[in-house]
Design a protein around this ligand. Structure first.
Ligand code: SAH
Ligand code: SF4
Ligand code: F3S
Length: 474
């Protein structure tokens, strides 16, 4: 079953899905009674925050059916929510499938589902259909809300269920979602991407850009806050172009002003910002906000204007640097982070030095550095002059050294200051310590107790340990 595009937006779709949930609840309750134990599920999430958010939606449906979460893949229902942004993301999934097969041989009740971005690629689905026949359900990024229906279909069929939609204009809301943290949550503000950066697979696997209605976003955040959430992360591949596709267009800056008004909400984060769409009014809103965190993730990908043009990024090196200047002028203390790709086709040593130059000029608190990975179907995959692996690796190592040197200098600049920390969890190594985050996203460990989780405290940042602080409650 493959759908080209789903145009019929059914208002009662969520209701329909909840009926499948109810039916499955009964079936699985019987199964659980027979086995004399609860049925378990495990979701492994690869990739970005969008996938993490989608996994919470999948978990919500599974919990409603009656499954109980477990830490490992020794479970009755296992889902891999996959990523395909770089080749190694795919390799990791294939690498783990053999292990799942061995588990399934031991547990006849086990059901294996594969979903997410990798499944939007025909070649992947063909390969799984042929070589990984033990997989029960394959679905994509546009129809995760259908999980219960797909489980139902698998129970009444002898073979693998495949349901991939090529694109959708449907946004199905009001289904259960199981949050990983009680006090912080991701909130989708838009889906998909229209930018078609020439190296990137995301627009092909996530479809066209669709913004959610502001009323729906605000309602969701209010509900989250009423349920104990103090920090939200607004999610979109390009949040700065939020609202363009709405019936009544609205800018991202305007949306933020409305979100800021929600009482009880303490911190607002967002990602990702595309430099081409970052407006001066957004800078103004950030500067005046009491809730927007002191952090901006602003990927630049390459410092070479020539490469940026071939990447289809729609800004030059100078545009980017002047944008950073405006941001820093408005918010001198802002923590900037970025993404950089090394070894894009045609990248010369001079182009690489331009990238290094941006890193030295901007001085990022941290940077995610990636070796270019060829994605079949993207324009860059067919470009001549792909950079040799050894050359790219050498540039990558030089870049990383620079990034890390600057990063450790910058992190320590807050040593000795008192800052607000949102406590997130008990420290994994030392249970007398609590782990929390500063507004700029840096981790802090300090003595405390688990009742502090989800609350904000003033902490003295006593000692910087490279990428985190050891602090003391004040
Ligand atoms: N929408 C975000 C990025 C999402 S993908 C943005 O535009 O900033 C996250 C990061 O993966 C990108 O910023 C890019 O640095 C990296 N990336 C994407 N495609 C890649 C590829 N083919 N090879 C290497 N890195 C890639
Ligand atoms: Fe990919 Fe570019 Fe869209 Fe980001 S903006 S998801 S890099 S196409
Ligand atoms: Fe990966 Fe899909 Fe995110 S390809 S980076 S999980 S949008």
């Amino acid at each position: 079953m493959r759908k080209e595009i789903n145009i019929n937006v059914s208002e009662s779709e969520a209701q329909r899905q909840l009926q499948f949930v109810d039916e499955l609840k009964e079936i699985y309750q019987k199964k659980s009674d027979e086995l004399g134990r609860p049925l378990t599920y495990h979701i492994a999430t690869f990739g970005c925050q969008m996938n993490a958010k989608d996994s919470e939606k999948l978990a919500g449906i599974l919990e409603k059916i009656g499954f109980v979460e477990t830490d490992t893949e020794v479970a009755d229902f296992v889902a891999y929510n996959t990523c395909t942004v770089r080749e190694n993301a795919n390799t990791r999934v294939y690498g783990r499938l053999g292990y799942l097969n061995s588990l399934k041989k031991k547990n006849p009740n086990m059901m294996i589902a594969l979903c997410g971005c990798m499944m939007q690629e025909d070649a992947v689905v063909d390969k799984i259909r042929k070589s990984y026949r033990f997989v029960d359900i394959i679905f994509g990024t546009h129809n995760i809300f259908k999980l219960a229906e797909l489980i139902q279909a698998r129970l009444s069929s002898k073979s693998m269920i495949i349901d991939i939609w090529k694109d959708t204009d449907q946004i199905v809301e009001d289904l259960p979602s199981e949050r990983k943290y009680k006090f912080k949550a991701g909130v989708n503000i838009m889906y998909g991407c229209n930018n078609f950066c020439s190296y990137c697979i995301v627009p092909y696997v996530r479809g066209r850009e669709r913004s959610r209605n502001p009323e729906d976003i605000l309602r969701e955040i209010r509900e989250l806050v009423a349920d104990g959430v103090v920090e939200i992360m607004l999610l979109g591949q390009n949040v700065n172009s939020y609202g363009k596709t709405l019936e009544n267009p609205m800018t991202f800056a305007e949306l933020l002003i409305e979100i800021e008004k929600i009482e009880g909400l303490e911190r607002i984060r967002f990602m990702t910002s595309h430099p081409k769409d970052l407006s001066d009014s957004l800078i103004e809103v950030m500067k005046n906000s009491k809730k927007i965190c002191n952090h901006l993730h602003l990927p630049f990908q390459s410092g070479s204007t020539k490469i940026l043009k071939i990447m289809n990024r729609k800004y030059t090196k100078e545009d980017y640097l002047s944008l950073v200047d405006r941001i820093k002028a408005a918010m001198p203390n802002i923590s900037l982070t970025t993404d950089i790709i090394i070894g894009f086709p045609g990248e010369t040593e001079e182009d690489f030095l331009e990238t290094l130059d941006v890193v030295k000029k901007v001085r990022y608190d941290s940077a995610y550095t990636f070796l270019y990975s060829k994605r079949t179907g993207t324009p860059a995959a067919n470009m001549e002059s792909q950079v040799e692996d050894s050359v790219a690796k050498d540039r990558f190592d030089r870049l990383l050294k620079e990034v890390q040197a600057i990063s450790s200098e910058l992190t320590s600049k807050h040593q000795g200051s008192i800052q607000k920390v949102l406590v997130e969890e008990i420290n994994e190594q030392d249970p007398t310590l609590m782990t929390g985050r500063l507004s700029n996203n840096v981790l802090v460990h300090f003595k405390g107790n688990k009742d502090m989780i989800g609350k904000i405290f003033n902490v003295n940042l006593k000692e910087c340990k490279g990428f985190y602080y050891i602090g003391e409650l004040v």
